[in-house]
Design a protein around this ligand. Structure first.
Ligand code: NAP
Length: 271
């Protein structure tokens, strides 16, 4: 049983991951801004779930992280799931900058704090896992800040991996890159290509975390697609419109909305 800190455990992927790990009996520390969601999970698993209100865009986030680690009795894995993203063809500064504040500044703040914890308090041993995205593998015009922020995360993890090796630390890094997953992050009124449901995606995400894969694309179809993306020369890439989604019918939109919420509560245990 490992002690796993889940940053961003109040919705979508993070909540489904937390539910599953808590049910398996791991000691988990859950963090985010939606206190009620966290209190409900603690009430369901009072023995092994601890929580803390953490906003990763705030300076006090690393102090709050240390406080939660104390409640957990230590940390073996830091799992960073928090993230936001918008389609923003208008390039509204509020959306582009908020994305950078959360996915770049907040990410760096928390991942660095986890690195220092493993270096200074655990004899240089531990695991830092993060959900980045296939969107980080190339620049995507409709979600420019999001795709660039995910690229930053991927490069930053790679840099810290090298730093850990230079400093002779046994810290493992796991960069999990899913394709689209139906969660509240996505617009319920839209359809997305090759979308996965949480009960399908979460076991694959957890498998990557457990086997401490350095990089894992979820799932195999997305792995093939990003492999193809890499072969496209830049001069051609910028000419591809690359739609992110298409309008769903009102009936499909209702199904999408229901799937986003029901998937949170019922991660599949069979996959
Ligand atoms: N859904 C997809 O298609 C998809 C695909 C690839 C990658 N991802 C990535 O997976 C991660 C989770 O996404 P999701 O789809 O599960 O979205 P979601 O349902 O919207 O969940 C986002 C999580 O991030 C947390 N968060 C956002 N801002 C935060 C802040 N300032 N401080 C602390 N926590 C914050 C939220 O918690 P609070 O609001 O409680 O703070 C929530 O728990 C994101 O990094 C996303 O980029 C998603």
């Amino acid at each position: 049983m490992r002690r796993i800190f889940i940053m961003g455990a109040t919705s979508g992927i993070g909540l489904a991951v937390a539910e599953r790990l808590a049910a398996e009996g791991h000691t988990i520390g859950i963090a985010g801004r939606k206190d009620e969601v966290m209190k409900n999970l603690v009430a369901k698993y009072p023995g092994n779930v601890k929580w803390e209100h953490i906003d990763i865009t705030k300076d006090d986030a690393p102090d709050r992280m240390r406080s939660l680690i104390k409640k957990m009795g230590g940390m073996d894995v830091y799992f960073h799931i928090s993230g936001i993203g918008y389609e923003n063809d208008a390039l509204l500064p509020s959306k582009e900058i908020a994305t950078m504040q959360t996915n770049v500044v907040g990410f760096t703040r928390m991942v660095d704090a986890a690195f220092r914890y493993f270096r200074d308090k655990c004899g240089g041993t531990g695991q830092i896992a993060a959900i980045t995205s296939v969107a980080g593998t190339n620049g995507l015009g409709h979600i420019a800040a999001y795709s660039a922020s995910k690229k930053f995360q991927q490069t930053y993890l790679r840099a810290l991996d090298q730093l850990a090796t230079i400093q002779k630390l046994d810290i493992r890094f796991t960069d999990i890159r899913p394709g689209w997953i139906r969660t509240p992050l996505l617009d319920a009124g839209q359809n997305y290509p090759m979308i996965m449901q949480l009960p399908y995606a979460v076991p694959r995400i957890l498998r990557a975390m457990r086997r401490r894969a350095r990089v894992a694309v979820v799932d195999w179809r997305w792995n093939m697609l990003v492999g193809l993306w890499r072969l496209v020369p830049n001069a051609l890439w910028v000419k591809i419109p690359m739609p992110v989604n298409s309008l769903a019918s009102s009936r499909q939109a209702a199904i999408n909305a229901a799937e986003a919420t029901s998937g949170n509560a019922r991660p599949d245990t069979t996959a």
